[in-house]
Design a protein around this ligand. Sequence first.
Ligand code: GLC
Length: 535
Amino acid sequence: MATTDWWRSAVIYQVYPRSFADSTCDGIGDLGGVIDHLDHLGELGVDAVWLSPFYPSPQNDGGYDVADYRDVDPLFGDLDQFDRLVAKAHEAGLRVIIDIVPNHTSSEHAWFQEALRASPGSPERSRYIIRDVPVNNWGSVFGGPAWSRMADRGADDDQWYLHLFDATQPDLDWTNHEVRDAFLSILRFWLDRDVDGFRVDVAHGLVKDLDAPDVTRHDADVDAETRRPMWDQDGVHEIYREWRKVLDDYDDRMMVAEAWVLDSERVALYVRPDEFHQTFNFEFLTARWDAGDLRKVIDDTIRSTVGVGAPMTWVLSNHDVIRHATRLALPPGQERRNGLGPKHPQPDADLGLRRARAATLLMLALPGSAYLYQGEELGLPEHTTLPPEARQDPTFERTDGEELGRDGCRVPLPWQADEPGYGFGPTEKTWLPQPDSFAAHAVDVQSSDPESTLSMYRNALAVRKEHDLGTGELEWLRTENEVLSFRNGSITVVANAGERPLSLPDYGEVIIASRAVSSEVPPDTTVWIRHGQSQ
Ligand code: GLC
């Protein structure tokens, strides 16, 4: 593998292990399933895999409630299997990034269990944010209050603990040096097992201004765009400077911040040369399918990252948001992060897929690095009609069903159209039910169809590599009438985000199109054009 700054132009594929592939017949995906399907990632042409959490956990928040940071949950496998996965991925030329969850532990973590048994004021309690009374009115991102009683979890006193997420995810106190030191050693534990990097969960949340004036009702929601006393406090940066020193002791390792901060100037602070290597570009993810909006985000991104020497990154989907094949067909203002509300009208699936394919082709031609979420290469839609009894995201329960939550983007993948459970595992079992529409999206159906979304992703990734688009430079050609057009090296991209067809510019040969083009580029379509010799 090449050894210099590989992440700057990498395409990184997110695996949400419980929904990727099941190898053990329990209906839940696992590390064995990932190993079995590494060839899919090889054929797709990505450079790295990011694994969402696989640690021991009560799984109240899909494993983002970690009970032990140095092991693998038996649900997913064991440490030996993890080592095999890393070795096999490396043999196949794929890097491996894992998720680290430092804002909170599970309430099952040994530390919180010790805190429950210890008395107020004890060192065991000082690892968490525990007070005699709630010191502010913050709410949980998943709904309901962010303060719960220690007694609710079994303590026999009246203190309260803070949890910005579920009540089983108590927030750690990052002013405590024991907490800081523990995470430095957890990083080393996994770096020594040869992981290539970390995706840092809720990276903007570790430091809180607990004494700030009370917030207004929805302020605790991560959808809020500005700085809040629980998010993006300046104190987080010194933590990551320490982390960066640890990573720099090893060759070629990287870390990427999940920081839901939409102000690009603030985001840039996370990627200063001695902090993160990159952050997710949520401004891009939350942009509408609109030429003006997209151009603004792309320009903001260029300005804010180039200034600090960081690579640009791009992302359209992940395990927390409505899949972009559905989101991009929603009326403006309804693109909720935590899933659709029950009152949403059913979006137009064809329109969604057309726009998703167009948005993806736009993204994959941009210089920098791109993140893909499992299933988007199949054009999977959000599963919008899961029955209430199947839902598992704590958001659903904590908002009394007001928000459906994120289960709809976490449905087990379809691999084979004619197999039970669409080939997710050896049996028909799947931890969330799959919609009938998944048959047409299955990997085996799409592999043999040159027009499929999977074929489009494979072709685009191959051309991206061949023409070094990831390390290229963007030059705008025209952006008017809902059209985005830019040149990146020998490729020109034209994206028609408007409602009228556009005559195909005469730059050269169309080598990839998100939808068939003739002399015109239809609405909701992106094309890549290779320049003729004269260009
Ligand atoms: C991040 C994760 C999300 C999780 C939350 C709490 O936003 O991506 O899935 O629920 O953090 O850990």
